[in-house]
Design a binder for this molecule. Structure first.
Ligand SMILES: Cc1cc2nc3c(=O)[nH]c(=O)nc-3n(C[C@H](O)[C@H](O)[C@H](O)COP(=O)(O)OP(=O)(O)OC[C@H]3O[C@@H](n4cnc5c(N)ncnc54)[C@H](O)[C@@H]3O)c2cc1C
Length: 498
């Protein structure tokens, strides 16, 4: 996944070389899913290197804001189908520390099966496939973040699973000197030191919603202004995860909803289908919201947010400037909105799917490097991509499967509606492909599948109509995805094409 032309040091100057069966880059949940699946194929005690630039496994769950909660019920956020070591209700939305601990336990289990060298605080700066005596091997060069010292290892297989690679956000830069520009990280501290300060939440996505709820929890009377751009709507958690016994008869499976949307999408009408999704399956405290970013929200959260907001502006923040009467929010649309001195400007703007990593094929020429990133992905969830791509890799099926790959970064940059509806159609189509090419046991053991919320008979009932017309539905999806590629110029193509 790295540009080998741009490596800072030639591989020949490596300090030493070690032999591994597998090297996984990225110890977030995507990398851990890849490792989990690898345990099913590698012999017990196989030598594995797990490299991450952070200080421990867990990826973004180590250092994102402390009041983050899972969108989905916790059982569906795991490695493979490993259960959580507790007996909380299945609808419980785990907190940051709980997710981190669970991922640590997942790795603990894996360590019982493989001989893993955990190499933390190490940034991979290059991967390279080389032929040695007719056989292909991979070289991975990493640099110790603390010392800058680099090292190269030799391995039979690399799974470069940096996945979403969530970056930390920074405070927005503003010219006013009388407001506090901050981020969700450390917000609780800022709130406790600025008891009555007005809060301006910049960004109406999941981080913005979590932030509003955290502010209200600390002080329900605090004035909160939301700047939400075009506004974001969310899949209704109550509809996709109905609580209690009602999951036996009510609610929609994700598969059903994705099929519904895919059948309505003709390759050009993504804005209409996006609007249909909003009317039929979604919820938002910002009624004019136009975009969906695959987040979930409950009716209760939505109502609390609506009640707690003092003002909503469908506009973008350009600056906070000190005017003659105090600070003003300067909006892209031209308005200037006065805010009290001491206002907290909280940066909740989206920062995922914006990295400029190079786009590389999912599988290298000789098959030694599998790349799981958002630049060429088989699913909008890095977790699902990691689980299935690793199965296909070790089953030697990756070259043959008719999966479709999308550059999700570029598709999002092209347009939010096509990112949403194109991503849904890709997920729907690829699910049908995976059902076709993998044993049912592999499909059913994917604990990341949101539809595991429902009893098996409901899952099977939602699959059945698609199975009957599978061939024609798949052909239609392929045609439409090809049209999307042609119209947008964004990578949206069969995996085999890359
Ligand atoms: C605020 C927020 C909330 C979210 N909530 C949910 C949720 O509730 N449910 C859900 O399903 N998804 C959620 N997501 C999406 C989330 O990003 C994924 O669920 C998941 O955590 C991503 O895992 P990952 O392994 O792909 O990426 P990360 O967690 O970012 O892990 C990638 C790892 O790769 C490492 N890495 C990257 N480059 C290198 C390199 N060159 N060398 C060495 N190491 C490297 C990074 O240090 C990192 O540890 C959320 C995202 C955000 C931003």
């Amino acid at each position: 996944m790295f540009d080998t032309q741009a490596q800072p040091e030639p591989l020949a100057r490596a300090d030493s070389e070690i032999q591994y069966d597998l090297c996984v880059i990225g110890a977030g949940i995507a990398g851990l899913n890849a490792l989990y699946v690898a345990t099913e194929y590698l012999p017990k005690g196989a030598r594995v290197a797990l490299i991450d630039r952070r200080a421990r496994c867990g990826g973004m769950w180590n250092d994102t804001y402390d009041y983050v909660r899972l969108h989905q019920p916790h059982p569906m956020f795991t490695t493979g189908n490993r259960p959580w070591d507790w007996s909380k209700p299945s609808s419980y939305l785990a907190k940051r520390g709980e997710v981190r601990e669970h991922l640590g336990q997942c790795l603990g289990d894996i360590k019982g099966k493989l001989d893993i060298d955990e190499i933390y605080g190490a940034e991979v700066v290059g991967t390279q496939e080389v032929l040695e005596g007719g056989a292909a091997v991979a070289l991975v060069t990493y640099r110790d973040v603390a010392t800058g010292k680099s090292q190269t290892i030799r391995t039979k297989q690399v799974i470069d699973a940096i996945g979403i690679d969530v970056p930390q956000s920074a405070p927005l830069s503003v010219t006013s000197t009388s407001v506090l520009s901050t981020t969700p990280i450390g917000l609780r501290h800022d709130l406790s030191r600025n008891k009555d300060a007005h809060a301006v939440v910049v960004g109406g996505g999941k981080t913005g919603m979590d932030t509003i709820l955290a502010i209200l929890e600390e002080n329900p009377d605090r004035e909160i202004t939301l700047l939400c751009g075009k506004g974001t709507f969310f899949a209704s958690r109550d509809q996709f995860f109905p609580e209690g016994a009602s999951r036996y008869w009510s609610g929609s499976t994700i598969f059903q909803a994705f099929r519904d949307l895919s059948q309505r999408f003709d390759g050009t009408n993504e804005s209409d289908v996006n609007e249909y999704f909003k009317r039929t399956y979604a919820i938002s405290p910002t009624p004019e919201a136009q975009q969906f970013l695959f987040g979930l929200l409950s009716k209760d959260e939505c109502a609390r947010i609506e009640d707690g907001l003092s003002a909503i502006h469908y506009d973008y923040l350009e600056d906070v400037a000190d005017g003659p009467d105090g600070p003003e929010l300067v909006l892209r649309g031209g308005s200037r909105i006065p805010v009290p001195a001491g206002t907290m400007i909280i940066n909740c703007t989206g920062h995922v799917l914006r990295n400029n990593r190079p786009q590389v094929p999912i599988l290298s020429e000789h098959g030694t490097i599998l790349t799981i990133s958002t630049r060429a992905s088989i699913h909008f969830l890095s977790t699902v991509s990691a689980y299935f791509l690793t199965h296909l890799l070790y089953r030697r099926q990756l070259r043959d499967v008719p999966l479709y790959v999308i550059d999700h970064n570029q598709m999002m940059a092209h347009g939010r509606h096509i990112f949403h509806i194109g991503g849904v159609m890709q997920a729907y189509y690829n699910t049908l492909v995976l059902i076709d090419v993998l044993p049912m046991s592999v499909i059913l053991r994917c604990g990341l599948d949101f539809d595991r919320w429902y009893p098996m008979y409901r899952r099977m009932a939602s699959l059945a109509p698609a199975m009957i017309s599978k061939k024609s539905e798949m052909a239609r999806c392929r045609g439409i995805l090809d049209d999307v590629a042609q119209r947008t110029g964004v990578l949206c193509a069969p995996l085999s094409a890359g």
